[in-house]
Every structure is written in C-alpha cells, then in structure tokens.
Design a protein around this ligand. Sequence first.
Ligand code: 4LM
Length: 402
Amino acid sequence: MKNTAGFATRAIHHAYDPMSHEGALTPPLHLSSTFVFETADAGAEMFAGAREGHFYSRISNPTTDLLEQRIATLEGAEAGLALASGMGAISAALWTILSPGDELITDKTLYGCTFAFMRHGLAKWGVTITHVDMTDVQAVSAAVSDKTKVVYFETPANPNMRLVDIAGVSEIAHTVGAQVIVDNTYATPYLTQPITLGADLVLHSATKYLGGHGDVVAGLLVGRAEQIAEIRLVGMKDMTGSVMAPFNAMLILRGLKTLALRMERHCSTAHQVATWLEAQPVVSKVYYPGLESFAQQDIATRQMVKPGAMIAFEMTGGYAMGKALMDHLSLIMRAVSLGDAESLIQHPASMTHSTYTPQERAAHGISEGLVRLSIGLEDADDIIADLGQALVAIADKQAAPA
Ligand code: 4LM
C-alpha cells in the first residue's frame, strides 16, 4: 500500500502485510514479554542499539510497534510511541525533555490531571510553570524567553473548547528554540494534524476517540524519530515504565480502523445537538466550534477539518440546573472520559477539573456551572429527545408548588 493512500485506508492497512503473518487478516497479538536472542552477541548488539529487533516488551513489542507506525502516519509524523495512558505519555515526554531551572509555558486551560502533574509534579522538581492565555498569540510572544524549553497546549482545550492557533504559537516558540507539544485528544488526527502545522510532539489520550469504545486506557505520542527514541528509552523505559500492554494496542488498532467513519458521525450529530441546545431558553451559552456564535470560528476553520464532537454549555440556573439536567437524563450517561460510542455528560468543576482549586478555576477560565457533553454515536434524534425530556422534567419540578 502506498504512503499516499487516504486517511481511512492507512488507518486500516498501513505497515501490515498479511502474507508475512501466515495470511492473517488481523494483525497477531504478541503477548510475549521477552524475545529470544539468536546468539549472545546478537543480544549484546541489541542492548547497544547496534541491531534492530524486539528484546523486551517494556521497550518495544511487535503489536505496539504496528500501532506506533499507524499513529505516526495518521499524524504525519516520523515516529510514534505507545504508552500506558495519556498521563503516561505526558509525563514520559516532559520528564525526558525538562530539567530543573527550565520553564514550561502552557495554556490556562488544561485537563485537570495534566494541570495537577505540572503544578504539583513538575514544579516540585524545579521546573517553572507559566500559564498564559494562548488564545492570544501576542501573550505567548510576550511570555517566551531563552529559558522556555517547552510550549504546551490542548486544542480544543478540555473542558471549555478554547482553541489555540497551532501554526502561530509554534512559530513564536521556535524563535526562542522551545519545543511545541500539542495534546490532540479532542480533535484526533482525523480533524487536525499539529505536526503539519509546526508542532514538535503530539500526544493523545488514546483512551478516547482513538480507542473509541470505552474499553482501554492508553496513550500515544508522535514526533521526530530521534526524539521519540529518546523518550522511549528515558521517559518510558527508565523513568515511568509507562508501557502500553500489547492487548491494549490491539484494541486501539481495531478502533483506528473506524476512526474516520466514527468522527464523521460524531461531528454531524454534535453539530445538530449544539444547534438544538443553543435554541433552548434555559441554556445561556454553548461552546462548540461549529456554531456561528463561537468566538474563534476563524481558527476552527483554519486548522480543523470539522468542529469535533465535544460540547460545553452553561445554563441560566448555574450548576444547580446543570446537575438537575444530568440527573434527569436516561440515554446520555453520567461519566467522565469522552470519545466513546455512548454519549457522556459530566461536570468539570466537581469531576475532571476538581484538581484545580475554585480560585484556580476562576483564574483559568473554567466556570463552576460548565457542563461537558461528549456526543456519542447514537441517533441524533434520540440524544436530543433525552436532553429535551430532561429539560421538561426540570421545568415541571420548578413549576410544581412546594
Ligand atoms: C476526561 N481526560 O476529560 P488518560 N489529555 C486530555 C484528556 O482529556 C485526558 C488525558 C490527557 C479525561 C479522563 C477522565 C485532553 C483525560 C489523560 O486518562 O491518562 O488516558 O488521559 O474525562
């Protein structure tokens, strides 16, 4: 298969020839933890990096290797690395790159555990963490200096859907020699490929859309081959041991085969639900990059093929109303995580972003009343009907005499 094949074709076929595997259509699952050396010298050469091949599954494994090649081609990167979780990818990469005294500049909005890892983890080891509003490229320009080693952000950002101009911020970061790391979990490579826009490293919580079925926790990282090799041997092998299990790699390889199809459906349903939500009088604000009302629509059209399937919204009755809505839903599941076939709803301030203090949430633009909705693969009419019946139930309760 040619490397110029389309996204869906590469997601299904890239780097695998059944005829080299007894004709098996589906890539075999290699559970072996260790691999036999042909001779003692061959083993020594592998340890010295002078000979290619697998020798221990904390370093590499044929099943995870195939997944690493697939995610690299889908992101337009030289190489990929499979890790135990999204947090494993983040910590392995940052611990490899940063040293005490370095500065990491990051956006104000980050997934709660990423924020906690930086604030309570990296800072403890002498790394300066500077939060900047990266929706403002000028603010990034004013913040970077020769101490800045890494510029890190999510786009769209979890949970409030703020977008960061990947090309603009990358250009600024590179003027001071800093590396740009983008968490592409919300967009997936189907919608945005940050490497092609100037980013140096791209990571995923593969737990989400890439796996796609809510049955695996996993992380992926892509970038230049030399740097990925360093993160494999330092951040993954020695510092964190955050290795993806081969079985999980197989589940993600299966998920990737339908990524293009699923994203098309996720996006078209999300557009319908966001439009419906915006028309409800008790919904005061909807954050979805596909809506005319979305403040950064220009960036969305520039760097996203479609606006994705994550929606955040606020209600006129604040969190009390949001909670009542969540408790009256029957199809949409109350759960954290995202990107699954099932639509999921959660409250960032008390759940995924409870790692921030209330003061930090206020300073970082994460409002207490925000509700987050991950649109699944159910029929759009059924998702809307579930939200509609919950709104009616809340209104009935409010109208009922005490
Ligand atoms: C959630 N998120 O939001 P692992 N990067 C982003 C994420 O949303 C997450 C991670 C990294 C949620 C989990 C409960 C943008 C996770 C971390 O969970 O370590 O695979 O990924 O609901």
